[in-house]
Design a protein. Structure first.
Length: 263
């Protein structure tokens, strides 16, 4: 009887530890951060600085559209019809030296510049070498989509969103959300820097994640979601699944016990 008691205790503990609770799957919970039912979120997102292999969309406009046609060999409408794949061919790719090849102007160093700074740089170069102030040129520079990768306990793949700013919740939702067995408390963000890649951690179950410098993703980020330990143990996602798993294990143990006993 005493042995049965301890067996029940072990099985009950396994059941409690194996169930995936709301605290494991609910995003941005209040973990003592909110005061007086409100939380002041100070966004830590900084303007993105262009890196190697980024693709830029650059459009030049002026009073005389024919005059700037050489700088826009592919029309804006065509780019939209081609989508992200079309921008790969018609956009300006940052090479290993941090340069882009721009019509007439030749190579322009853009590594480490924001899109606003590149707009100013292109405009100044055009006014200096090709146009007069009376041309009233207008330059637009954008990233050719925000490209990121998801792996692990989430639908794996490479995704592109045509937005200037994307937070990690939007990125995950676009990828189909994290699986129930995914660890939302320790999501890894692999980010590219001029000196290499770094891995950052963010707890998406805590509302304080919105104050993290990694809450807003950057181009070429890799979002990695680890499995919960419960999955490694083979336990079910819900209480009923865990009970069935424990019952199956218990049945096998009992059968094995009587087989051995009868030998």
């Amino acid at each position: 009887m005493k042995h049965n008691f301890w067996l029940y205790i072990i099985l009950f503990s396994l059941l409690l530890s194996s169930c995936i609770t709301n605290k494991d799957v609910v995003y941005l919970q209040d973990k003592g951060t909110i005061v007086n039912d409100s939380l002041e979120i100070r966004e830590l997102s900084k303007p993105y600085k262009v890196q190697v292999n980024d693709i830029l969309y650059i459009n030049v406009k002026a009073l005389d559209e024919e005059l700037v046609s050489i700088f826009n060999p592919i029309s804006q409408g065509a780019n939209q019809n081609q989508g992200g794949d079309g921008l790969y061919f018609s956009g300006f790719t940052v090479d290993m030296h941090g340069d882009i090849k721009f019509p007439i102007l030749g190579k322009l160093q853009v590594l480490g510049y924001t899109t606003q700074e590149i707009e100013n740089k292109v405009k100044e170069a055009l006014l200096k070498q090709y146009f007069k102030d009376t041309a009233q040129i207008f330059v637009t520079v954008k990233m050719a989509g925000l490209r990121y990768t998801t792996v692990g306990e989430i639908s794996p793949g490479v995704h592109t969103l045509f937005q200037d700013r994307v937070n990690i919740i939007d990125a995950i939702a676009n990828a189909g959300d994290i699986k129930t067995t995914g660890d939302r408390k320790d999501v890894l963000v692999v980010r590219q820097y001029p000196d290499g890649q770094k891995i950052h951690h963010i707890d998406l179950t805590d509302i304080a994640a919105m104050q993290s410098p990694y809450y807003y993703i950057q181009p070429n980020d890799i979002i990695m979601v680890k499995p919960l330990r419960r999955k490694s143990l083979g336990a079910g996602e819900t209480g009923s699944q865990t009970i069935r798993t424990v019952a199956s294990i218990f049945s096998v143990l009992i059968s094995t016990y009587f087989l051995v006993k009868n030998l």
